[in-house]
Design a binder for this molecule. Sequence first.
Ligand code: TTP
Length: 227
Amino acid sequence: MSSALQGKLQRDGDHKKPVIVLEGNIASGKTTCLEYFSRTSDVKVFTQPVSKWRNVRGHNPLALMYQDPERWGLTLQTYVQLTMLDRHTSTTEAAVKMMERSIFSAKYIFVENLFRSGKMPEVDFAVLSEWFDWITTNVSIPVDLIVYLQTDPETCHRRLKQRCREEEEGITLEYLQVIHQLYEDWLVRRTSFPLPAPVLVIPADGDPQEMIRKYEENREQILAAAK
Ligand code: TTP
C-alpha cells in the first residue's frame, strides 16, 4: 500500500475519535487548560505551534507580522494555516484529541482582523481565502466540540504584560478588544461565520487555581459532549 494511501486511511480511522478545539483570546489561559487535560485524562493535546511561527528556517514571521502587518501578514497567516492543517490531520492513540485553536479561528479571527483593519491588502486576503476554501472543501477537518474560554479583554491584557513575550510587547488593549468582538460574533452571537461544532462557553477570568477547579467540575461534561 502506498504511504499516501496508508496516511489517508489512518486519518479516516482517526476521524471517529472525538476532537475538541479550545478557543479564546490571546492570553486567555488556553495553555493552563490544555495542561490540565493532558495530565488528567486520556486526551492527546496538540498545542498551538507558536514556536514554529517564531522560527521557520531561522525566520520569525510572528515578530515580522507585529512589526509590519501590511508586509508580513500574508506570510505569517499562510504558515499558520499550514501548521494548523498539520495539527488537524495528525493522528493519536489517545481516546480524545484536543487542539489549541484551529484553522477556523486563524481565518475567521486573525486573517479577518488584518483585512478589516486595513492591514492586509485585498489580494492577500483573496489568496488566503482561496487556500482556506480549498482546504476546507477537500480535506476532512472534523471538530466535535469547541470549548471557548471567554475572558474580559482587560484580563488578557494584564496576563500578556505578565508573560512578556517579546513579539507581543506592542499588543494594545484595543487590539485584544477587537479579537474579543470577533470571537463573540463567531461563537456567542453566531452572526459572522459558520460554526464547525457545538460551543461550550467557560468564563475564564479567574486565577489559575480557580480555573483548574472549573475544569475539574466540567471535565466529564466536556469529554462527554465531544463524544
Ligand atoms: P496565543 O493565543 O497568545 O497563544 P498562547 O499559547 O500564548 O495562548 P494562552 O496565553 O491562552 O495560553 O497565540 C500566540 C500568538 O500568535 C499571539 O500573539 C497571536 C498570534 N496569532 C496570529 O497572529 N495569527 C493567528 O492566526 C493565530 C492563531 C495566532
